[in-house]
Design a protein around this ligand. Structure first.
Ligand SMILES: NC(=O)c1ccc[n+]([C@@H]2O[C@H](COP(=O)([O-])OP(=O)(O)OC[C@H]3O[C@@H](n4cnc5c(N)ncnc54)[C@H](O)[C@@H]3O)[C@@H](O)[C@H]2O)c1
Ligand SMILES: O=P(O)(O)OC[C@@H](O)[C@@H](O)[C@H](O)[C@H](O)CO
Length: 457
């Protein structure tokens, strides 16, 4: 079995870096790096390279940098596997490598910064600005004010990179969040401008005038890679690839916003540039991600561990259909569009060769449910409806929290405490943490309690 390298694979030399990425995870490799690779492969413009930095694990870049930035995407449909070698990563680095990060941010030929740092990684406070009660972010702010750029959180790394760009007179640039958040461009802008202002008002002003925050809807189901997946890639390609990613054939990237310093021609890879991502965003976050979260919490009560298993269970499928009916009532799309999207989702979820663990999706519920479930639930309640699917998603989350094991969430300790004890108290306390208005809704509390008892029976 050959080690993967540009020489062994006959791959082109690394392209000049035009994009910096924060959060070198699986999704970035299956999505933004893949679109950049596809755009480069189409030819025409000068190829664009990406310098990508890990978010939290210093060692995560090593297997990729040892392969000259190369890795395979393993695309799995019901019938079989296809591999594609991705060549757009020109460098993979430890996110704590401040000197490298700053040099990349400062380079005028770098025009965009993309991010996949998870919902929790944005460290937003209740007002949408930076959560300065978060100890890690507060610690980073002290460092930034002291001129020390060795910071750890994603917002602080972005701010320190922008400080380096301003100091080098690198010019304007675009920041492109690719995480599942509502209004992700303006949402990130609020965190970054707030943190910049806490460092220095003049710098916040520079950010407002020089940095464009682009909104995106991003979609490609990409589970964590397993050792078996690596073996499949080795068998198919003959390379001992240490960093392949597994994904589905479907992919979507919709973007809205300005790129003042240019960008790769991602549309050549299939990306769409629109004036407003909102209809795409609501369709995706409510129908796809909402159903994912519902299955992630309620599915295990029926013994399921993956999305594909759960969606094939007629009971779980009924839960998802109920949720989709509720969400559909509030989507600004035609009935035909919604029906087609739902049918496609059933196919995507049921793909038996994508083993998407419910436990992976269940992470960070306190950050995800307000985006995926509550917008529909609150609209339904305003219309006097007790929505079965939304209620079940909340009840499922409570069941997950009450099991107590493997709750991965920035508020895990608080949540598992609140969820313990009698059902009515647990439901009231957990809903109050999400939104006090939910806990004041007696009919909702009763319905969630009844569904929780049913799931726990
Ligand atoms: N996997 C998917 O199917 C998918 C699809 C659409 C969007 N996304 C978005 O991409 C994100 C990452 O998914 P993934 O599959 O790449 O996961 P992953 O676990 O493979 O990678 C996560 C990346 O985020 C970084 N990270 C995690 N927590 C962080 C934190 N608190 N601060 C800074 N960086 C942090 C990690 O270091 C890593 O680089 C998701 O949370 C979601 O917002 C994922
Ligand atoms: O990646 P997360 O943790 O935000 O959410 C888990 C899944 O719901 C998500 O990754 C979907 O698979 C993805 O959003 C599909 O495009």
């Amino acid at each position: 079995m050959k080690p993967l390298s540009r020489a062994n694979a006959g791959a082109p030399e690394p392209a000049p870096v035009r994009v910096v990425h924060l959060g070198l995870g699986a999704f970035f490799r299956a999505h933004q790096a893949w679109y950049t690779h596809r755009a480069n492969a189409e030819g025409g413009a000068e190829p664009a390279g990406i310098a990508a930095f890990t978010g939290r694990r210093p060692d995560a870049a090593r297997p990729i940098s040892d392969q000259d930035g190369l890795y395979h995407v393993l695309v799995r449909d019901r019938e079989g596997d296809q591999t594609e070698l991705v060549t757009s990563l020109s460098g993979a680095y430890d996110g704590a490598d401040t000197a490298r990060r700053h040099a990349t941010f400062a380079a005028p030929e770098v025009g965009s910064v993309t991010l996949t740092v998870t919902e929790a990684g944005y460290r937003r406070g209740a007002d949408g600005g930076p959560d300065l009660d978060d100890p890690a972010l507060a610690d980073d702010l002290v460092r930034l004010r002291a001129g020390n750029a060795d910071v750890a959180t994603a917002p602080a790394r972005l701010v320190s990179g922008l400080l380096a760009r301003r100091a080098a007179e690198g010019g304007p640039l675009a920041v492109v969040p690719c995480d599942n958040l509502v209004d992700n461009g303006p949402t990130l802008a609020k965190v970054v401008v707030g943190l910049a202002a806490a460092v220095d008002e003049g710098f916040a002003d520079w950010v407002e005038h020089n940095v464009s925050f682009v909104s995106t809807t991003i979609d490609r189901i990409t589970p964590a890679t397993t050792p078996d997946d690596r073996q499949v890639v080795a068998t198919l390609t003959g390379f001992a690839d240490q960093a392949p990613v597994v994904t589905e054939p479907f992919t979507e990237w919709v973007l809205a916003g300005e790129f003042p310093a240019g960008r790769p021609e991602w549309e050549r890879g299939g990306a769409r540039f629109v004036d407003d991502v909102k209809p795409f965003e609501q369709r995706k976050l409510w129908l796809l991600n909402g159903a994912h979260s519902l299955l992630a919490y309620a599915g295990p009560t029926r013994g399921h561990t993956t999305v594909a298993e759960a969606i094939e269970d007629p009971i779980c499928r009924g839960w998802v259909d109920a949720w989709w009916d509720e969400a559909a009532r509030h989507l600004p799309l035609t009935a035909d569009d919604i029906a087609k999207y739902r049918a496609d989702l059933v196919e995507r979820f049921a793909n038996p060769r994508i083993r998407h663990a419910l436990a992976q999706i269940a992470m960070d519920g306190s950050q995800k449910l307000p985006i995926r479930i509550l917008p529909v639930l609150t609209r339904e309640r305003a219309n006097g409806v007790l929505p079965e699917g939304g209620v079940r998603a909340l009840a499922g989350w409570l069941a997950h929290l009450r099991k107590g094991s493997d709750v991965r969430d920035p508020r895990a300790a608080e949540l598992t405490d609140l969820a313990a004890g009698s059902v009515p108290t647990a439901v009231h306390q957990v809903l109050a943490l999400l939104d006090p208005a939910l806990a004041d809704d007696a009919d909702l509390v009763t319905a969630v309690g009844a569904t929780l008892r049913e799931l726990e029976a």
